[in-house]
Write a protein that binds this ligand. Structure first.
Ligand SMILES: [Zn+2]
Length: 70
């Protein structure tokens, strides 16, 4: 009888862990692949849509574009 209780606890524990795992496996939001570019001045990676475009490359900020291109 003692072992039956123990067995039920083990089975119950496994069931509980499986439930926890299933609940944590929520489908991840699909994010569109974002193109990241490196700043030509400091090398900081910035999303392409936020990058400042210059004649000699792309920059993380307007200040770096001016610093780099003069
Ligand atoms: Zn920069």
């Amino acid at each position: 009888m003692k072992y039956l209780v123990l067995l039920l606890m083990v089975v119950g524990g496994i069931w509980w862990i499986r439930q926890q795992r299933q609940s944590s496996q929520t489908p991840q939001k699909k994010t569109s692949p974002q193109v990241v570019v490196a700043c030509a001045h400091c090398g900081t990676h910035v999303p392409e849509n936020e990058a400042i475009r210059g004649t000699q490359g792309v920059y993380c900020s307007e200040a770096h574009r001016q610093n780099h291109e003069g």
